[in-house]
Write a protein that binds this ligand. Structure first.
Ligand code: FAD
Length: 471
């Protein structure tokens, strides 16, 4: 029997799209080439990395933070295998949860590689080679992204063996804490996974092409972030490029050159993590033959309804433009399914939070100061440090600050940037406020429970009008 929708890929974009489509009464199937659902995010991305970030944070705190609270536990011992089991159990619970949700919503799941033969026709090749065909009114491509290859000075791709030269996937599965680790790229994934191994005992050096960390995030935040990461023992080589990685008997030698030119230096490491970004994944989908348009970065081009240039074929998530984030993919999945069911699905791209799950966390929503300057928008700034927050003192988490950027003439909040413990949870009051196009005054007048870290958000909003109370 033909389907209304066939979704290719079961990451956060695909599985959420399939569930929403089924909720709206559309007969829905999902095709996934891996043996488990949940895509990059649940299998080798967000979820396993957060399991290791949390566990390694506790390990680090037990070793360095407990004594100041009067808790003496001695030097903690690492059971890496147990930590990895915690990660594996977390992944299993989540991927099985998606399988359950698909079943509950009566989405037909087909394990195999999907290829679009024509609009309305998807071929599925199972692992054992068995081929079947699904007929459908609409096809949604949610095939996600993969690790971007790194090229050496000669332009050759540096081979990733996932043991010595690892991608994020290998970095989630290292059997023994490396004595020395080099991370190529000071973006979110490099900083999160670099933090994990630093806390577990590795000497971590980060090599970054740009002259700053966390490209795209507010520079003020990135500067303080780098200082704190340095305090935690991470060494940075900024404005530097890796021009070669040679494997040795026990590790690798990494050649690093200043971007501006100058003498190269060689750094040695037991493990090198390549974290220079991700690229859209469309291999084997048959897009060329269908004439589906891609942009210059090989992302599928879609309109405001996620429709490609070929009628009946849609695309969402990491495979289209926009931030490569799970929640962005999920929201697009919902919007796309709602559009297919004749509703008015929509994503507000101005209000997509972004979190870096280091300690402390970085969280932001809306525009950075640099973006407002470039757009010529006049703004007021309100800033409040956690050193002046009572709960932060009680918790010994006084590092960082909240920064609110509001339109100078209307007071509408245009961006909020938080660097501090729990920032990833605190950011959402700013997201809700901005979704309703609220002002700094609205935020400042909202009663915040005491004593909470979130009071710093209110104080930063008060500071926009130069009337913060506690500083
Ligand atoms: P994906 O999750 O990549 O899923 C695509 C799926 O499609 C895969 O399962 C793939 O097997 C399948 N597929 C591809 N082609 C075919 C085919 N032809 N047939 C059948 N199946 C196919 N984002 C956050 O928001 N927060 C985080 O904390 C976070 N942490 C991350 C940490 C790491 C280490 C990594 C690598 C990524 C992280 N991300 C995070 C990014 C997040 O994982 C992605 O943005 C998100 O998974 C994209 O969802 P998607 O549905 O577009 O694609």
């Amino acid at each position: 029997m033909p389907y209304d929708v066939v979704v290719i890929g079961s990451g956060p974009g695909g599985y959420v799209c399939a569930i929403r489509a089924a909720q709206l009464g559309l007969k829905t199937a999902i095709v996934e080439k891996w043996s488990t659902f949940g895509g990059t995010c649940l299998n080798v991305g967000c979820i396993p990395s957060k399991a290791l970030l949390h566990a390694s944070e506790l390990f680090d705190e037990a070793g360095h933070g407990f004594a100041e609270f009067g808790i003496l536990v001695g030097k903690p011992k690492l059971d890496l295998a147990m930590m990895m089991k915690h990660k594996a159990d977390t992944v299993a619970a989540n991927v099985n949860g998606v399988a359950f949700l698909l079943k509950k919503n009566k989405v037909d799941a087909h394990i195999g590689t999907g290829r679009i033969l024509a609009p309305g026709r998807v071929e599925v090749t199972a692992a054992d080679g068995k081929v079947s065909e699904l007929q459908t009114k609409s096809i949604v491509i949610a095939s996600g992204s993969v690790v971007a290859p790194l090229r050496d000075g000669k332009g050759d791709v540096i081979e990733v063996d996932e043991t010595i030269i690892v991608s994020s996937t290998g970095a989630l599965d290292i059997a023994k804490v490396p004595a020395k680790m080099i991370v190529v790229g000071a973006g979110v994934i490099g900083m999160e996974l670099g933090s994990v191994w630093r806390r577990l005992g590795a000497e971590v050096t980060v090599v970054e092409f740009l002259d700053r960390t966390l490209a795209g995030l507010d520079l003020d935040v990135a500067k303080q972030f780098q200082r704190l990461m340095e305090k935690q023992g991470i060494v940075f080589h900024l404005s530097s490029k890796v021009t070669g990685i040679a494997k040795t008997k026990s590790g690798a030698k990494v050649t690093v050159e200043p971007v501006a030119g100058g003498e190269a230096q060689t750094l040695s490491a037991d493990v090198v993590l390549i974290a220079t970004g991700r690229i859209p994944y469309t291999e084997g989908l048959g897009l060329d033959a269908l004439g589906i348009a891609l942009d210059q970065r090989k992302r599928i081009v879609v309109d405001a309804h996620y429709a490609t240039n070929v009628a009946g074929i849609y695309a969402i998530g990491d495979v289209i433009a926009g931030p490569m984030l799970a929640h962005k993919a999920e929201d697009e999945g919902v919007a796309c399914a709602e559009n297919l069911a004749g509703k008015a699905g929509h994503v507000n791209y101005d209000v997509i939070p972004n979190v870096v799950y280091t300690f402390p966390e970085v969280a932001s929503v809306g525009r950075t100061e640099e973006e407002l300057k470039a757009a010529g928008i006049a703004y007021n700034i309100g800033k409040f440090p956690f050193t002046a927050n009572g709960r932060a003192r009680a918790n010994r988490t006084t590092e960082g600050f909240v920064k609110v950027l509001a339109d100078q003439s209307t007071d509408e909040v245009l961006g909020v940037h938080i660097f501090g413990a729990g920032a990833g949870d605190m950011i959402h009051e700013a997201a809700v406020l901005m979704e309703f196009r609220g002002s700094a005054e609205d935020l400042a007048r909202t009663c915040h429970a005491h004593p909470t870290m979130s009071e710093a958000v209110k104080e930063a909003a008060l500071a926009v009008g130069k009337r913060a109370i506690h500083i």
